[in-house]
Write a protein that binds this ligand. Structure first.
Ligand code: HEC
Length: 103
C-alpha cells in the first residue's frame, strides 16, 4: 500500500515537472516568435494545436526547412532546433497541445 502511494506521488510529480519543462523551453526558445494564444511572428500555440498533431509539431521544430511547404507556408523563417533532446521535444509538444481549446 505504502509503495503504491509513493509510486503515485513520484509519477504525479514527474508529470508536473514535464509540463513545467515544456513551459520553460517555450519561454527560452519560442516566445520571441510564438505566443500562447495571440498571433505573433509565427502562429499562436492555440492555432497550431487546433490543426496539427504531435508528430507534425515535432517535425517542424527539428526540421522546419523540410516541413514548411507540407504545412502550407510559402517560405521558412523559423530556425531549426535540432539540438533539443527527445524528451524536450515531447515536453514542448505536450505544452503546445495544452492550448488546443484555450480561450
Ligand atoms: C525566429 C522566429 C521563430 C522562432 C524562434 C520559433 N518559431 Fe516556430 N515558426 C515561426 C514561423 C515564421 C513559422 C511559419 C513557418 C516557417 O517559417 O517555417 C513557424 C512555424 C511553427 C510551427 C508550425 C505552424 C503550423 O502551422 O502548425 C510550429 C509547430 C512551430 N513553429 C513551433 C515552434 C517552437 C516549439 C519553437 C521553439 C522551440 C519555435 N517554433 C520557435 C517562427 C519561429
Amino acid at each position: 500500500m505504502k509503495k503504491r502511494v509513493i509510486a503515485l506521488i513520484v509519477s504525479a510529480s514527474a508529470m508536473f515537472l514535464h509540463a513545467d519543462e515544456g513551459e520553460r523551453l517555450f519561454k527560452a526558445y519560442c516566445w520571441g516568435c510564438h505566443h500562447q494564444t495571440a498571433e505573433a511572428f509565427g502562429p499562436s500555440f492555440r492555432t497550431i494545436a487546433s490543426k496539427r498533431d504531435r508528430s507534425e509539431i515535432i517535425a517542424q521544430i527539428v526540421n522546419p526547412k523540410g516541413m514548411y511547404k507540407i504545412l502550407g507556408y510559402s517560405r521558412n523563417s523559423m530556425p531549426a532546433f535540432d539540438d533539443l533532446k527527445p524528451n524536450e521535444l515531447e515536453a514542448l509538444a505536450d505544452y503546445i497541445m495544452k492550448f488546443k481549446d484555450a480561450k
